[in-house]
Every structure is written in structure tokens, then in C-alpha cells.
Design a protein around this ligand. Structure first.
Ligand code: FES
Ligand code: FES
Length: 179
């Protein structure tokens, strides 16, 4: 079947099997920030944003993304020009092996697109679907709080809020909880 979607702002058309997972498609296309972890929707490492809402792409069919806009961490910033969330993760030492980091950054993006004054509890809730094997959560939480402060002070607004609730109950919605 043919699907049309946008990946990090670029339009694409693909021929896919109806059972192809979005994670498989993205990695086949070289989007390697989308990590292959548990394959069961538990660890969050395959997170992407679809129309601004985070989903686990290992339990989301590529066909479900037809007509939608996908953002991965490659679409947020570059090493030369990092998104404030990415910069805060680096600055606070929230990155160790980095395996969970793209997903954490995207989950943080989802939160900050709605709320630039999150409480620590809000941040922990936003990151609750992301399992970090290395750092624990102190540094990532610190990073998100720092990014929120800077984005608020700088008048930075994230996009995607208006599309949020449309796919809030999608099958790939994050499921793991650390709270
Ligand atoms: S690979 Fe673990 S949630 Fe998708
Ligand atoms: S930094 Fe290694 S899994 Fe989170």
C-alpha cells in the first residue's frame, strides 16, 4: 500500500506492507535516532512525535501515519544549532550512553509545547514513558526544567499543541510508568 507522510518537514511517499511498523520504516530510511528497544511499547526508546504528540513507533503501523507529520530529534536541531532542550540535556550532563536521549528530548518537547512552567512532577510525568538505563532521572529532569526556564525567558513557543488531543489515545501512546 502507498502512504504519504512528512518526516521532519520533508514530504515522502512509501510503498509499505500493511504490517510494517513505523519504527522499521524510519530506521530503514536512515532515521537512526529512533531506537529499536523492547518492541512492546514499554521502554519508549522508539518515541517519535506525530502531529506534536509522542507515540511509541514500535507499536504503531506505518500505515497509521499516512497523512501525518512526524518529527524525530533530527528535526529539532543540529549539533551546530541545538534546540534549547537538546542544549540543556548536554549542559546538565543528562546524556550518558545517549540511547534514551532522543526519546527523552521528544517527550520533553511535547510537554513544553503545552506548558513552559512545568513543575518537577509534570516533568517526571512527561518522562515516565522513557526508560533510561544509565542516568536515573535527576539530570534529565534538571535539563527539562532548565530548558523550560530558558524558553520562557526567551519567548520561545513550541508548535503542535493544537493537534495534541486528536491522537491522544493512539495505540502507540506511551505506556510505561516510572512514577
Ligand atoms: S522499542 Fe521499546 S517502546 Fe518501542
Ligand atoms: S543515557 Fe543511557 S539509557 Fe539513558
Amino acid at each position: 500500500m502507498k502512504i504519504d507522510l512528512t518526516i521532519n518537514g520533508a514530504a515522502h511517499s512509501f510503498e509499505v506492507h500493511p504490517g510494517t511498523l513505523l519504527m522499521e520504516l524510519l530506521r530503514k530510511e536512515g532515521v537512526f535516532s529512533v531506537k529499536h528497544g523492547c518492541e512492546t511499547g514499554e521502554c519508549g526508546t522508539c518515541t517519535v512525535l506525530i502531529d506534536g504528540c509522542s507515540i511509541n513507533s514500535c507499536i504503531y503501523l506505518a500505515a497509521q501515519a499516512h497523512g501525518k507529520s512526524i518529527v524525530t530529534v533530527e528535526g529539532l536541531g543540529t549539533p551546530e544549532k541545538m534546540h534549547p532542550i537538546q542544549a540543556a540535556f548536554v549542559e546538565t550532563g543528562a546524556v550518558q550512553c545517549g540511547y534514551c536521549t532522543p526519546a527523552m528530548v521528544l517527550a520533553s518537547h511535547e510537554l513544553l509545547s503545552q506548558n513552559l512552567e512545568p513543575t518537577e512532577a509534570d516533568v517526571r510525568d512527561a518522562l515516565s514513558g522513557q526508560l533510561c538505563r544509565c542516568t536515573g532521572y535527576v539530570k534529565p529532569v534538571e535539563a527539562v526544567m532548565l530548558a523550560a526556564r530558558r524558553m520562557k525567558e526567551g519567548g520561545h513557543r513550541e508548535e503542535g499543541l493544537s493537534d495534541h488531543r486528536e491522537i491522544d489515545d493512539s495505540p502507540g501512546r506511551r505506556q510505561a510508568s516510572l512514577r
